[in-house]
Design a protein around this ligand. Structure first.
Ligand code: SF4
Length: 121
């Protein structure tokens, strides 16, 4: 049995969560300290399949020294974050850009698209 103390990132309340579990045994997971179901889900995901939304910038190829902000449309597995961050250095888009445009589909085979988060005329 292992114990992990987490701070829920679901809202500004930042509830202190305690998770007791046996790795590989989902039925063993016991969570305390959450105020709502989002915190319970976060705690379970953290010890089974932790994910994060990745944000960053990529180059705008047809504008000198300009970058545009991007993010993964949904959270991706934590172990893919480094690969995604590296990918951001390699890719670029052309202006104009619109919030929500897909800059790259299925980034690093996560099944998640990378989307633009800033309008550029
Ligand atoms: S458990 Fe619910 S109330 Fe507490 S920080 Fe997470 S989302 Fe917010």
């Amino acid at each position: 049995m292992q114990t992990r103390n987490l701070t829920c990132i679901g809202c500004p309340m930042g509830c202190a969560l305690t998770v007791e579990y046996t790795p590989g045994d989902k039925d063993s997971i016991k969570v305390t300290g959450y105020t709502c179901q989002r915190g319970l889900k976060y705690a379970i995901d953290e010890v089974t399949n932790p994910t994060r939304t990745v944000t960053g910038t990529i180059r705008v190829s047809n504008r000198k020294n300009l970058v545009v902000s991007v993010k993964t449309k949904d959270p991706i597995p934590k172990d893919k974050i480094d690969a995604v961050a590296e990918k951001l250095k390699e890719i670029s888009v052309k202006a104009p850009t619109k919030i929500g445009d897909v800059a790259l589909s299925n980034i690093e085979n996560t099944g998640v698209d990378l989307v633009i988060t800033k309008n550029i005329d």
